[in-house]
Unconditional design. Structure first.
Length: 174
């Protein structure tokens, strides 16, 4: 991962930063953060092979929009002149999402996990992953955007298991 940013007001705290996360499976994520931007933006865009999804946390009615939109490359062509992308513009679907206060729902889930002896969705390993990414971003910033590795999950307890999403969870939470 690498991160570049600029401190405009306080020499040791970047006001604007762009972070790039490269994953082993070839996926890539770009994160743009700015305390200076006059527009409050909390949006995630996921681009797939055939569809795109936009999640906008600021939007009150249609937080998720799924776009049937994509680009197809011809399977075969003899010359550069024959090569043409095929753009597909389809429908936009916005599923209904239950309106709730996210922090309250997360706290309710955590309390329920304590009562039932279950591992919460956002457990200590989740926190470790977030802090590890933030530490690596800070290190990259200090190195003027040089790529660095994310270190936090190396050497964890071998009794930990994968939760099916590629993340470690405690094998015995209680």
């Amino acid at each position: 991962m690498n991160c570049q940013g600029k401190a405009h007001f306080h020499s040791e705290i970047e006001d604007v930063a762009t972070t790039t996360l490269n994953f082993k499976n070839g996926m890539i994520a770009f994160i743009h953060s700015s305390w200076l931007d006059p527009n409050k933006i909390r949006r995630t865009t996921i681009v797939g092979a055939r569809k795109m999804l936009v999640y906008d946390d600021i939007e009150s009615q249609e937080k998720i929009k799924i776009f049937d939109k994509g680009v197809e490359v011809p399977p075969y062509y003899d010359t550069y002149a024959e090569f043409h992308y095929s753009y597909r513009y389809g429908d936009i679907y916005s599923p209904r999402i239950e309106d709730y206060e996210p922090l309250k729902k997360e706290c309710d889930h955590f309390i329920e996990c304590i009562k039932r002896g279950m591992c919460p969705l956002s457990d200590g390993y989740s926190g470790l992953r977030v802090v590890s990414i933030l530490e690596a971003a800070n290190k990259s910033l200090k190195l003027q955007g040089k790529a660095v590795s994310i270190q936090g999950l190396k050497g964890l307890n071998k009794k930990s298991k994968n939760n099916g999403n590629g993340f470690l969870v405690a094998s015995n939470w209680r």
